[in-house]
Write a protein that binds this ligand. Structure first.
Ligand code: NAP
Length: 239
């Protein structure tokens, strides 16, 4: 399949690389390919410059966000920074019409003012906005009514999303939520191809609120495990 991965961060790279391994044709999206390829410094998470990474990962075509989305048969993965995702996706809404958009972004706002900051090993914990009474996934769905938005992947680091067997032999739980049954099935099929065996359909997209708000717990568990950046663990719903 032709699949688009919008984003050049560490999470998007994990999906793009695995999708190529699985035999898909992958179109990676960025704001400005020339500028992205001209970068010489690691990004804020320490990932090597994108051009250097791309040279080691043949088979991925880097395009502007809209062209990458337009090149996909149906499936598009959103790995655009959560705070900027709605604006960026709205600009390319026509290229995403009728497609399945799997969103794994967290609506983190960095460098915010807080009366009660949460100090972490890497600085003050960002705040979630929206949260509680709305979610990023719902905002995206409202902004792109012709697109079928599915929230998934967001409760883990993407390196373990694409390689679930690397945690507990693969015996942990992944979630999906969305208002479009066919799109959710596409997400589930993709997850199965990654090796997921326990996929829990939470129901409508409103459940994305729970998935996104879990971001703080994900960080807290990582700190508890002594894993300051990212985190190599999963969660299991025991029933
Ligand atoms: N990394 C993970 O494992 C992981 C796990 C769970 C959730 N998440 C969440 O998923 C999202 C993506 O994470 P990530 O680590 O893959 O990448 P990231 O570093 O958070 O985001 C990088 C992407 O966001 C784009 N971007 C940044 N500012 C923008 C702006 N003003 N307008 C348009 N695009 C902009 C960048 O565009 P350019 O390509 O043009 O630079 C780049 O493609 C984040 O919300 C993150 O919190 C990540």
């Amino acid at each position: 399949m032709k699949i688009a991965v919008l984003g050049t961060g560490g999470g998007a790279r994990a999906h793009a690389a695995e999708l190529v391994e699985l035999g898909h044709e992958v179109f990676a999206g960025t704001r400005d390919p020339e500028a992205t390829l001209a970068r010489t410094e690691p990004d804020m998470m320490g990932n090597v410059p994108y051009g250097q990474w791309l040279a080691d990962h043949p088979g991925i075509t880097l395009l502007p966000f809209g062209d990458a989305a337009g090149a996909a048969d149906d499936l598009v993965i959103n790995g655009i920074d959560g705070h900027n995702a709605v604006a960026a996706l709205t600009r390319i809404a026509d290229r995403l019409a009728d497609k399945t958009l799997i969103d794994y972004a967290v609506p983190f706002v960095y460098r915010h003012q807080s009366e009660h900051p949460w100090p972490t090993p890497w600085g003050v914990m960002p705040k979630l906005d929206p949260c509680d009474t709305d979610s990023l996934a719902e905002q995206i769905q409202r902004a792109l009514p012709e697109t079928k938005v599915v929230k998934s992947f967001v409760t883990q680091e993407q390196t373990t999303v694409v390689d679930p067997r690397s945690v507990g032999g693969g015996d942990h739980t992944m979630f999906v939520a969305g208002d479009h049954t066919d799109a959710k099935q596409h997400a589930i099929d993709l997850l199965k191809s990654y090796g997921w065996r326990d996929i829990l359909d939470l129901g409508p997209l409103v459940c994305a609120r729970g998935m996104e708000m879990y971001a703080h717990m994900h960080s807290a568990i990582g700190f508890g495990l002594g894993q300051q950046f990212g985190g190599h663990f999963g969660i299991k719903v025991v029933r």
